[in-house]
Design a protein around this ligand. Sequence first.
Ligand SMILES: Cc1ncc(COP(=O)(O)O)c(C=O)c1O
Length: 388
Amino acid sequence: MTPYESLRPIARDLDESDIVAVVNRARNKPGLVPLWVGEGDLPTPQFIIDAASASLANGETFYTWQRGIPELRQALADYHERVHGIANNPERFYVTGSGMQAIQLALQATSGAGDEVVMITPCWPNIHAATQVSGAVPVHVELDFSENGWSLDVQKLFDAVTNKTRVLFINTPANPSGWTATHENLRDILAFARQHNIWIVADEVYTRFIFDADCAPSFYDVIEEDDRVIFVNTFSKNWAMTGWRSGWISAPPAIGQVLENLIQYSTSGVASFTQRAAVAALQQGEPFLAMQKQRARTNRDVMCDALRSTGKIKFARPQGALYLFFAVDGFSNSKELAIQITDEANVGLAPGTGFYTGGNEFLRLCYLRDPKQIELAAERLVGWVNQL
Ligand SMILES: Cc1ncc(COP(=O)(O)O)c(C=O)c1O
């Protein structure tokens, strides 16, 4: 048996991300407009960096609280009271080393070998893969597409539940489709989960990137404090902090010791200087977030109008998140199409094949970029499609 063959089968058999495969092929292509990854192009604002630098200069270089420094847990409680109108309770909050780690911990706390996690597709591939790594089985429920918008038939979600289901994983607004749950969806899902004693993992990392409100419909609007809902979130998107790897969990205080233990036995906590930066983001970051949101909205409209003008591209104008998810008439394999577009139009896009069922013919484009890059990408894509 080779070293590779003797690895844990679940780890060995994880899929290579189709997104990474396309990116790796053309990462350094001259002049390419890269819209394939889910991040903006602005660096972290200076006031956040200053808070981190001050922390290091003050000697905060030691192990720290597993659940997060008290100042950050309080800042999270204040932020949620302000944005979601919930009771101010720092005991709900746990600091994690990224939204991704928040997802891992939420899954580790709720599911494992022999269990099923039901998720809505097309979905961010890491949700599917993190479920596999935890030992549980991902079960997919497809959204329905129409040019009026992506929608969820909640009955399909409920029909996917078996006696092995431990978690409904709900990402809203969704990566990559932009689908955004309505309050009615959230109420129905919560009622079902309560009735069947199932956990909800609510991935609301894009909740502030909604274009007709301050915040998207959220499970916070419908839950009681002790409902079985674990929220996963991140500093990455709102405050241009993707490289900091910092996020948070919000969960019923009753499971606090379990989450503290899971943090202790994984990273043992998040660096203090990162946490000081996060406090600054929460307390002073609203103007930056508002500016990013405005930029995203304008870019979304520029790109949608340009692609619509070809008459050969189908999509639903996204209500939320950072992505336009579109298909080009006559192309069904988006991995091949993404490669062709990088080669011939010099625009980097993520193939829908990377997001599991329901989006194979689609391409994902991140529009949180410099408006000039978006205009250039729109011009190139339109030119390319029109010459087909
Ligand atoms: C739906 C969703 N959840 C969670 C994350 C996690 O973000 P991060 O690990 O950068 O904190 C992402 C990042 O793209 C995402 O798209």
